[in-house]
Design a protein around this ligand. Sequence first.
Ligand code: NAD
Length: 446
Amino acid sequence: MADRYLSFATSRVGGRVAARLGLPRPARLGRYRPGQPVARGPVVLGHAADPRAVKSLRAVLDRCGATVQEHPGRPGALLLDATGITATGQLAAVHAFFHPRIRSLLPNGRVLVLGSPPESAATPGAAAAQQALEGFVRSLGKELRHGATAHLLLIAPGAEEAMESTVRFVLSARSAYVSGQPLRLAAEVPAKVPAEVPADWDRPLDGRTALVTGAARGIGAAVAETLHRDGARVLCLDVPGQRDELHALADRLGGTALALDVTADDAVPRIAAHLGEEHGGGLDILVHNAGVTRDKTLGRMDADRWHTVLDVNLAAVERLTEGLLPAVRDGGRIVATSSISGLAGNAGQTNYAASKAGVTGLVRAFAPAVAARGITVNAVAPGFIETRMTAAVPPLVRQAGRRLNSLGQGGLPVDVAEAVAYFASPGTGAVTGQVLRVCGQALMGA
Ligand code: NAD
């Protein structure tokens, strides 16, 4: 179901009409194409107080080929290292840096603030000042126009050298539908399998094997395509009813197909056998994407609806993660799919929200348990994404889902796929146990 209002508002005449009537004016978001520069234009790099990360950030920008300038006419990105802020009075530097520049940010531009985790602050004042950065970024994300987004990267002391993958993700069009939230870099990158620097940032998954569940269509198909684009060989899995679509996709991507219900009793041994026969036995990337909805308010929800949703969305994720862990190679990546419904709750979705909240609990618990093997476990939490799942919601709810976020539009499957690919990258080893919303900064649960 195409977003006709977006097409209207981004046309020349429609844009003028929308402006005159005071209607929302969502922007056409830039999406990533391999080979594209990381930043859209010149980058301004500032720092406050006694910064910890600016040197590493500058080196990353140089490796990305970004042009760092002090006073460009229209910056493509505004970057501030605020890791050294330890007192609320020093927050004035945040205002002083952004205030004169923010209105000249290019369309689809980026704001990135580097901070320190408030919980590691030495004094209450330092914790308050660092926590303040989150409120700043969340609000700025809501103010920005023309497809620009704002990000906060909390860097644990000692993790400064582990930021490249994340900086590349947030500065580039890969993060088109992500805004207004913190991402955390942990200091203890497991020594056994340190975060790797990909030889080619456009093909970071070269030589890796990925399993994507629910791959026949929608977000799962986009994840399979994006991981393939980044170099992985993909095992595409979906229910037997989707066999034709599944095989067509796997053939196109030079991967393999497995028609299997993730809730089947023999799901783990069948996947392991397929991996052994077709992929040499090991798995580098496991993406739990298969999911279903069976919406009803609780009083009208029969036990079947409850059970199906909990079983597919949560119990199968738990069983497959545990069962396939022996096949996941050291340094592997596990990415599960939550939902903003799971973070905020949603009327008519007690079953779905319970399952998707459960996914976040699972990810946070698995992450430390497998950290010693260098395996990371994270979740994406999509907001309103244009797929068959959301085409089925009533028109009014659909319109609300599209407009009630900072970017004023629904996301595309590829937006979620890019976030999955970011977590899947060997360079993202310092990010684990996290839930990344891909929701255009939805107001729901914000
Ligand atoms: P979709 O319905 O278009 O695709 C889901 C795929 O999962 C289908 O191909 C389906 O056959 C497969 N699947 C379902 N049950 C399965 C099972 N038991 N075993 C194997 N495969 C199974 O949905 P989508 O919109 O692409 O959603 C993908 C994921 O993203 C889901 O986990 C969903 O809950 C989540 N999500 C979607 C949105 C959105 O706006 N579309 C928002 C938040 C979260």
